[in-house]
Design a protein around this ligand. Structure first.
Ligand SMILES: [Zn+2]
Ligand SMILES: [Zn+2]
Length: 242
């Protein structure tokens, strides 16, 4: 199983879980032409999970459906899509669904619109926890093999950006209230030793102004003693269990 990223920011999010036989897409915030660069066999695509209706995650949801790929998301996002012929379905929080060989449990995150996080299982990779656009997260697990989690801002970067005029109080408040910051993320992953069975942590959705990629990697790897990566266009990571 490989995690491929073709975008992870407020400019657009797109991830591919590419297994030996089957592929699952996560998010549709960038043009579908990006998929052609990474996926040779489109018939392997089982579906596309979408966390919420914001454009950087769902703008191309209709295009995904037009390709014949079923979309699975919450009701708010589903109803927000104006495509005439919809493929897929809206799904309910905490109800497990099977998408080909992938088992998925959606859980509500803490954003300003209904937003799903996902626990995804596949025999090649074990359990993957995916959390984006969430100021915090309360669910705990004891067997997470891979973590993809938002790390949008840090208090230090926010303060620096405020002083230098690169951001304003409104953006700072919105960041704190609706996106995950470095400290909250670390506290969450350290709580109940959540990452004890985790092979790697992939940081998502870093803010352009309010983050520091190298500093974040250093702090998170020192705190968790895990391999840490930042998701961005071109990341391609094998996450097979063995
Ligand atoms: Zn977003
Ligand atoms: Zn959002």
């Amino acid at each position: 199983m490989n995690i491929i990223c073709y975008g992870s920011s407020s400019k657009g999010n797109g991830y591919i879980l590419q297994g030996q036989k089957q592929t699952l897409l996560i998010e549709a915030g960038l043009p579908t032409s990006n998929l052609r660069k990474h996926i040779k066999d489109f018939s392997a695509i089982q579906g596309c999970l979408i966390s919420h209706k914001h454009g950087d995650h769902a703008k191309y949801m209709g295009d995904i459906m037009k390709m014949g790929i079923p979309v699975y998301t919450n009701q708010d996002t589903w109803e927000n899509c104006s495509t005439s012929t919809k493929i897929g379905s809206h799904i309910a929080a905490l109800e497990q669904i099977e998408i080909g060989e992938f088992s998925v449990i959606p859980m509500y995150a803490n954003h300003d619109v209904p937003c799903f996080s996902f626990l995804i299982n596949h025999e090649e990779m074990g359990n993957l926890l995916f959390i984006t656009d969430s100021s915090g997260f309360n669910y705990t697990f004891d067997d997470i093999n891979h973590v993809m989690i938002e790390c949008n801002w840090s208090e230090e970067c926010l303060q620096e950006a405020l002083i230098e005029g690169r951001t304003n109080e409104y953006v700072a408040r919105r960041s704190r209230e609706t996106h995950m910051g470095l400290d909250v993320m670390l506290d969450y992953l350290k709580s109940e030793d959540l990452a004890k069975n985790t092979n790697e942590v992939i940081l998502l959705h870093l803010s352009h102004e309010n983050s520091d990629e190298n500093q974040f990697i250093k702090i998170v790897s020192e705190n968790l003693n895990k391999k840490v990566y930042v998701a961005k266009n071109g990341l391609n990571l094998n996450i097979n269990l063995n």
